[in-house]
Design a protein around this ligand. Structure first.
Ligand code: ADP
Ligand code: MG
Length: 366
């Protein structure tokens, strides 16, 4: 990336014995983008954020902010705003005093503080709450105060670590949109940490998927969903059927896979080995077409299946289908498509060309 705002260069963090929490990280953050670190618990997201914020020292590598190595600067000299899951507001101070705090630390004169605090509170729609104590606000409002406090000194980048983790689902979704709109309006660069893939898809310009202290893939939400780079990303972002099998034949782009449950299917060879090697075939549930007819009637490439379970979910029906000898496929079928056989009945499944991907088995690759 040309002229990134932030650059991690070969950054590693080890807390002692055992594998490093972050292993040789290379990552650029563009000016004005909202980049999300997405991954399961313990994958190294917070450690990465803390090294950029200045609360952890890297064991190796460089962290550049506007081209300057900041890895060894104390937090308050980096100009980085941070919002944590626990709001970390000062309970004995008013909302306005909380928001003014970073300005005091940076030696901004009292007279100049009031106006900036007012503007920061307006950004998060809390203009009239300056005199309250944090305890007199709802969880969502407290988190907006924390956001105002991170924005008030106009840092070039704001870091948010699971900032909505303590909120209930409805409020979390409302706040996701609020953060997204705030980001679009202010144009401030953000690095956002979450373990929630739906949250990451909602918010992000780009998503870096973390696993075991490494980035598995970094791409925009649509590409991550449509072209996952490996089986881990395929399983973690959105939902996927991951069917084990063995490659029988392959060319540069695609391969034929004998599934462990019996049938042979064609798949894009994104990250797959050669003939004889094991793999996982990924197919999104919404790409699986299901019909209550024989496989021959559904057309070429269709597979005979058995309906195991059908759950009505309003806009779609979630089907569990038996495939071959002990295989199982989940399908999401629009609710208006008409009846299917009862559980136990025969059906046929198929998916469009290009919807199935073959990956190396992530578990076998350490
Ligand atoms: P995430 O935020 O993705 O859940 P973390 O960055 O918090 O992951 O943790 C990554 C790994 O580093 C985990 O194995 C965790 O136990 C370990 N770790 C994190 N902080 C410390 C610490 N202060 N001391 C020792 N180990 C730590
Ligand atoms: Mg964390």
């Amino acid at each position: 990336m040309a002229d990134p705002l932030v650059r991690f260069e070969g950054v590693r963090k080890s807390y002692g014995a055992g594998p490093a929490a972050v292993q040789s990280l290379d990552l650029d953050i563009a000016r004005g983008e909202l980049l999300t670190l997405l991954g399961p618990s313990g994958s190294g997201k917070t450690t990465t954020l803390m090294m950029l914020a200045g609360f952890e020292l890297p064991s190796a590598g460089r962290i550049l902010l506007e081209g300057r190595d900041i890895a060894r600067l104390p937090p308050h000299r980096r100009g980085v705003g941070v919002v944590f899951q626990s709001y970390a507001l000062f309970p004995h101070m008013s909302v306005a005093e909380n928001v003014a705090f970073p300005l005091s630390v940076r030696g901004v004169a009292k007279a100049a503080q009031a106006d900036r605090v007012r503007r920061a509170l307006a950004m998060v729609r809390l203009e009239s709450y300056g005199e309250r104590r944090p305890a007199q606000l709802s969880g969502g409002q407290q988190q907006r105060v924390a956001l105002a406090r991170a924005l008030v000194f106009e840092p070039p980048i704001v870091l948010l670590d699971e900032p909505l983790g303590a909120l209930d689902k409805a409020l979390r979704e409302e706040m996701q949109l609020e953060i997204r709109h705030l980001h679009q309006r202010l144009g401030v660069t953000m690095m956002y940490v979450t373990h929630d893939q739906a949250e990451a898809l909602t918010l992000s310009d780009r998503i870096a998927v973390f696993e075991g202290g490494r980035i598995r893939q970094c791409a925009d939400p649509r590409r991550l969903y449509d072209r996952p780079a490996d089986a881990f990303v395929a399983g973690f972002v959105g939902e996927n059927n991951l069917l084990p099998g063995r490659i029988e034949a392959r060319d540069a782009e695609s391969c034929e896979v004998r599934l462990a449950c019996g049938p042979v299917v064609r798949a894009e060879a994104v990250d797959a080995g050669g003939p004889g090697e094991g793999c996982l075939v990924a197919i999104r549930p919404e790409r699986v077409a299901v019909a209550g007819v024989t496989a021959a009637e559904l057309g070429e490439g269709a597979l005979p299946a058995t309906v195991l379970e059908a759950i009505f979910l309003g806009d779609h029906v979630r089907l569990r289908l038996g495939l071959g000898d002990g295989g199982e496929v989940v399908a999401k079928r629009p609710a208006g498509l008409g009846a299917l056989p009862e559980p136990g009945g025969a059906a046929a499944i198929a998916w469009p060309e290009g919807a199935a991907f073959a990956f190396r088995d992530a578990g076998a690759r350490v």
